[in-house]
Design a protein around this ligand. Sequence first.
Ligand code: 5RP
Length: 226
Amino acid sequence: MTNQDNAKKLAGEASLSHIENGMTIGLGSGSTVYWMIRKLGEHARAGLDVKGIPSSWQSAAWANEYGVPLTDFSEAQKLDVAIDGADEVDGQWDLIKGGGGALAREKIIAAAARKFVVIVDESKLVSRLGDFKLPVEILPFGWEATAGQIAELDCNPILRCNDDNSVFVSDNGNYIVDCDFGAIQEPTTLHQQLKQLTGVVEDGLFPDMADEVIVGYHGRVEVLRG
Ligand code: 5RP
């Protein structure tokens, strides 16, 4: 295991301190969340009574594999806690997410949670958001026009493709454009500008949403609380 994988594993597993019997948990997406789901499955198999709402097919598959019972929003509209990774975390705990393309479901889950816990390895900490290209999920219909509107906010949106050059399609059946805005001075303002555009489903900025950030380093974790 690499040092970075070790850091992700420690951060993911440390987040289980937020979980109690009877909770409904938002399961984020990504390789850090993998470790959280795997550990949660161990506890569930040992008798912990929890249910998860997954933010992606991949997370649902991991939950099924490791024994985390799943539910959905028809049964629970409020979650006790959501635990998710991030692509960048700044000093105010504003986030860029969506590297895996699950940003829309991840944001719905985070917004429905009483507590939103972010788990990252140290490489995700930044002084200012924007080195990581901002993922924006858009409707396939007229995507070129929507990308054109996004470009007017002063970036160059690139349609996300798979390794075989086919267009990447999100779990919601939408496209993602990855947008280089340079250093993002005002995450909340940019988020609001993007959300106003017709054709935009969701953007990967999560300003002012995180309640706690658990940072994994090789061999230890640090818990950042407000
Ligand atoms: C997926 C995400 C992930 O949480 C983010 O990409 C971090 O992933 P990882 O834990 O693999 O570094 O937002 O849409």
